[in-house]
Design a protein around this ligand. Structure first.
Ligand code: PEP
Ligand code: CO
Length: 449
């Protein structure tokens, strides 16, 4: 944070990917309203996450960050929130059990409502309308009225995020995430599949261990570590007005925090070192992520580190690389070396989704399981070769049985994509594909030990 930082200093800089909110004063009024609302997360929780990320960056833990590409107002049900939590808990148990490492659980949830777009408008059948930018901004329906940005949607974003967080907190502190519940996280529709059965074996071994521990007096009543209560939230900090309205000072430490989520990241399209997004997040004390795509230069990356982590603190900065399986081998090693030579303290995370998107023959935006795995394998191999730490993964996934990404054990094919293609934006791994990847990542982690 430079000396000139204030919660408003971003307003003087170029801000990419902002919706045109129109000229009415509705937008400003709504933001001033939200700025009086309570924070969604608390500084103490944010500090706890930062500590866990710091441990992961040093090799004592592993981050799983995952959830929808875009949450929607339409899919706002207790079941779907619970199922997203379940799949992240299952993945973390697989890794903890298989690779003996502590897993940091970070949802792309309770705030992931805004999307950067490659074009400002979308053309269909000769009609041009503003692009869909996420439910926080406009509606996906292709009619003019729906596509005009509506600031009232920011109120709904705040409220839905609050209600989602409330349920997540109830699940995690109310016992649903206790280790003795490992069996009920396995959903019925998957229990008989090879992945479900493989998971069930781990769950059984954990049960046996818990029974033994109970016999010697250790249970979740007296040992909080068995409760897995620590679950955190994250989203892309895209809409600067909204993020600004939730930027608050912690009365205890007098530091500024972004209170819309525990962890915020800057997208690959908005990471200009002198841009408004970097400026706003440079002054808050949360752990911050930056998506790092193939177009970045070493100098740009280093200046981002200087701006976003001037005190070179462990846990502050996470670099989420998303190069694509084809490019990672040529693009990642020079960046890793530049960071190493500069002595920058960062957590390296792999997003094997966003560099591997393509249009299938039947016209669906998809990703192939094998390509996702391939990028992950290269990510681990490169970090092992460079002597750095592959510290986590970032997935777009859902607890449901959708058909959006191809491949995996069930070999979802192009002709299957149409049966349950439900995403509002990018294709997500389904429940079974997510479990399968967790098992494969366990192998990659074990090989590195
Ligand atoms: C995303 O995570 O949904 C996204 C848009 O990613 P990126 O900024 O890496 O393109
Ligand atoms: Co996406």
């Amino acid at each position: 944070m430079g000396n000139s930082w204030s919660p408003e200093s971003w307003q003087k800089l170029e801000a990419a990917q902002q919706p045109d909110w129109g000229k009415s004063d509705g937008y400003t009024k709504i933001l001033s309203e939200i700025s009086k609302y309570p924070p969604l997360v608390f500084a103490g929780e944010v500090r706890a996450l930062k500590q866990q990320l710091s441990d992961a960056a040093c090799g004592n833990g592993f981050l799983i960050q995952g959830g929808d590409c875009a949450e929607t107002f339409g899919d706002f049900r207790a079941d779907s929130i619970r199922d997203k939590l379940k799949i992240l808990l299952q993945m973390s148990v697989i890794l903890t059990y298989g690779a003996s490492c502590n897993v940091v659980k970070l949802g792309r949830i309770a705030g992931q409502f805004a999307k950067p777009r490659s074009t400002n408008t979308e053309m269909r059948g000769g009609i041009e309308l503003p692009s869909y930018r996420g439910d926080a901004v406009n509606d996906i329906e292709f009619i003019e009225k729906s596509r005009i940005p509506n600031p009232k949607r920011l109120l709904r974003t705040y409220n839905q995020s609050a209600a989602t967080l409330n349920l997540l907190r109830a699940f995690t502190t109310g016992g649903f995430a206790d280790l003795n519940k490992v069996h009920i996280w396995n959903q019925e529709f998957i229990a008989q599949s090879p992945q479900g059965k493989r998971y069930e074996k781990i769950a059984q071994s954990i049960d046996d261990a818990l029974t033994f521990m109970q016999a010697v007096g250790i249970s979740s009543e007296n040992t909080s570590a068995l409760k897995l209560t620590e679950f955190f939230t994250s989203h892309e900090a895209l809409l600067l007005g909204y993020e600004h309205s939730l930027t608050r000072m912690d009365s205890l430490t007098e530091k500024w925090y972004s209170c819309s989520a525990h962890f915020l990241w800057i997208g690959d399209r908005t990471r200009q070192p002198n841009g408004a997004h970097v400026e706003l997040l440079s002054g808050v004390d949360n752990p911050i992520g930056v998506k790092v795509g193939p177009s970045i230069t070493e100098d740009e990356l280093l200046s981002l580190c200087e701006k976003l982590n001037p005190n070179n603190e462990w846990g502050r900065l996470t670099l989420i690389t998303r190069m694509g399986a084809d490019e990672i081998r040529s693009k990642l090693p020079p960046l890793v070396r530049a960071i190493n030579d500069g002595g920058q303290k960062v957590l390296w995370v792999c997003d094997p989704m966003h560099g591997n998107t393509y249009k299938s023959e039947t016209g669906y935006k998809t990703r192939h399981f094998d390509t996702i795995l391939e990028e992950l394998e290269h990510f681990f191999a490169i970090h092992h070769a460079e002597g750095t730490i592959p510290g986590g993964v970032h997935f777009e996934l859902t607890g449901d049985n959708v058909t959006e990404c191809m491949g995996g054990a069930r070999e979802i094919s192009d002709s299957d994509l149409g049966s349950r293609y439900e995403t509002a934006c990018d294709p997500r791994l389904n429940n079974e594909q997510s479990l399968e990847l967790a098992f494969l990542i366990t192998d990659l982690l074990r090989n590195g030990k």
